[in-house]
Design a protein around this ligand. Sequence first.
Ligand SMILES: Nc1nc2c(ncn2[C@@H]2O[C@H](COP(=O)(O)OP(=O)(O)OP(=O)(O)O)[C@@H](O)[C@H]2O)c(=O)[nH]1
Ligand SMILES: [Zn+2]
Ligand SMILES: [Zn+2]
Ligand SMILES: [Zn+2]
Length: 239
Amino acid sequence: MCETCGCSDDAVVHHEGHSHTVVLEQDVLAKNDHLAGHTRQRLRDRDVFAINLMSSPGAGKTTLLERTVRALGDELPFAVVEGDQETQLDASRIEATGAPVVQINTGAGCHLDATMLDSALGTLAVAPGSVLFVENVGNLVCPALFDLGEAARVVILSVTEGPGKPLKYPHMFASTDLVLLNKVDLLPYVDFDVAEFNHDLGHVNPRARVLELSATRGDGLDSWYSWLRARLPLRSVPS
Ligand SMILES: Nc1nc2c(ncn2[C@@H]2O[C@H](COP(=O)(O)OP(=O)(O)OP(=O)(O)O)[C@@H](O)[C@H]2O)c(=O)[nH]1
Ligand SMILES: [Zn+2]
Ligand SMILES: [Zn+2]
Ligand SMILES: [Zn+2]
């Protein structure tokens, strides 16, 4: 893993002091950020609100997207980019909702980058004024490093993942605008302390909002939909 983004090279640097590998990683990220800046401008020009959705594998990203598109699809145009190492499984689930979708397969790669999103947007019909969801590869580490040109970052953490995640994966939690604490229907069965989670998150990102959700049972979804609607300042909602 990580041969594309250089994050493992950085670990080598810390142990063995190869300064040239640091330069390489910075170069990769600088090129990525440059392209992401262009993508951000392009999306803004078309009033497209792009969300980079990140989590561990299986936290509930696709389930939330399916549900959101089905609930709000009459109100808002959606488009979805799916990122996974292999398979079209998530794209097929989104396709069934009727939203335009394209699947990116990263092979050995552990994250999406700006080049991948740029080429996916070349084949995806994103209507002006859309909400564009980009479901990143399930991984709490590398996706945090790569700006895709999104307008907002959303991290899902499920209560089955255990304590301490904001402290263990600070880059992911520090760079997010919103944390969705998912699978709260399972709270009676797992050892997860919501107050402790909020406390830990406050250490790495005091400005992030937290919404408690169950993407399957439906808890908290109205708050999520309200957050989404409130982030669409470019749209004029007819009265
Ligand atoms: N109990 C419970 N299960 C959930 C909830 N949300 C998702 N799941 C289940 O969690 C599993 C993984 O959900 P997905 O939506 O595929 O997760 P994902 O984050 O898209 O997974 P990857 O794309 O593989 O990283 C599925 O079996 C879902 O039904 C929830 O709120 N409560
Ligand atoms: Zn990695
Ligand atoms: Zn990586
Ligand atoms: Zn998924």
